[in-house]
Design a binder for this molecule. Structure first.
Ligand SMILES: [Zn+2]
Length: 137
């Protein structure tokens, strides 16, 4: 879909984005406090541990909708990836315990609700990376 703003790739998030090329969803994991981290960063937001304790784990791709809202009028001149159609902006909780902001696709927007089981799906970006979106399981 043309027009979507493509996410920047910083040093901390490079492994995440490289993995999306093969359709693998990675999450950062803190081995000090054994918790997942999203978005990727250089320290653990839970226990403030830094380099040496952060690793990458492959996520199952299974998640549950925490909250969802339907965007009926995409901002003019902004993101036009939905071609003007309503789309769902959602917070989903991955099985691994991290919360991501994403879009839920492949269903009627009004049908997306908290507690709904969703699975990762991929939207190709122009440079070969893929954007993780979610679709009802
Ligand atoms: Zn930690």
């Amino acid at each position: 879909m043309a027009g979507r703003l493509e996410p920047p790739q910083g040093a901390e998030s490079a492994p995440f984005w490289e993995a999306t090329r093969g359709g693998t969803l990675l999450i950062q994991w803190c081995s000090a406090c054994n918790r997942g981290i999203f978005y990727p960063r250089s320290f653990c937001p839970h226990c403030l541990a830094m380099d040496g304790v952060l690793e990458w784990r492959t996520a199952s791709g299974r998640a549950t909708v925490y909250a969802a809202s339907v965007e009926h009028k995409p901002a003019a001149g902004g993101s036009t990836f939905s071609d003007g159609q309503p789309y769902v902006v959602a917070l989903v909780d991955l099985e691994e315990g991290v919360r991501m902001m994403t879009n839920v696709v492949g269903c009627t927007p009004e049908d997306v609700h908290p507690g709904q089981a969703v699975t990762v799906t991929w939207e190709p970006l122009s440079d070969g990376r893929q954007l993780p979106l979610f679709t009802p399981s």
